[in-house]
Design a binder for this molecule. Structure first.
Ligand SMILES: [Zn+2]
Ligand SMILES: [Zn+2]
Ligand SMILES: [Zn+2]
Length: 145
């Protein structure tokens, strides 16, 4: 029997490690950008959309994923790499205007904003608009001509 670190993680997060969930989690970890439901459907065409969606919501609810609002109309998700207890102070994201992908800038924490008396933070999102390194390379090549 293989050692399954993912199953152990699930149990820590109080998620029952079913075969589908483990499969979905594996695919999710292969994304190097914040993905949407459509990306996951492309990666796992054998699973139906509602299963994928319910699993995503479960992962968000148990803090395995962050729901990312990048200002586009589609909800994006990224893998949580937070330290214990810091889930709500997430990292900064960058949306590339050329490929439309949203990247996790994991080393960049969202700056703490102090609020006036009486306000309470539930969620913070911080999205930088710009160009990703892949697209920048392409642009530089093109402009060389
Ligand atoms: Zn987190
Ligand atoms: Zn790009
Ligand atoms: Zn992220």
């Amino acid at each position: 029997m293989d050692v399954q670190p993912d199953a152990t993680l699930f149990l820590q997060k109080k998620i029952r490690p079913t075969a589908n969930r483990l499969l979905i989690w594996q695919k999710i970890q292969a994304f190097d950008y914040a993905f949407g439901l459509a990306d996951l459907q492309d990666a796992l065409p054998q699973l139906d959309k509602s299963t994928l969606f319910r699993t995503l919501m479960l992962f968000v609810g148990h803090q395995l994923l962050h729901a990312v609002d990048d200002g586009s109309n589609s909800q994006k998700f990224c893998v949580c790499h937070c330290f214990e207890g810091h889930h709500h102070e997430s990292h900064v994201h960058l949306t590339c205007r050329i490929c439309q992908k949203t990247y996790c800038l994991r080393m960049q924490q969202i700056p703490v904003v102090s609020l006036p008396e009486g306000f309470y933070v539930e969620e913070v999102s911080y999205v930088v608009k710009g160009v990703c390194p892949h697209c920048r390379k392409k642009i530089t090549k093109l402009s060389a001509y």
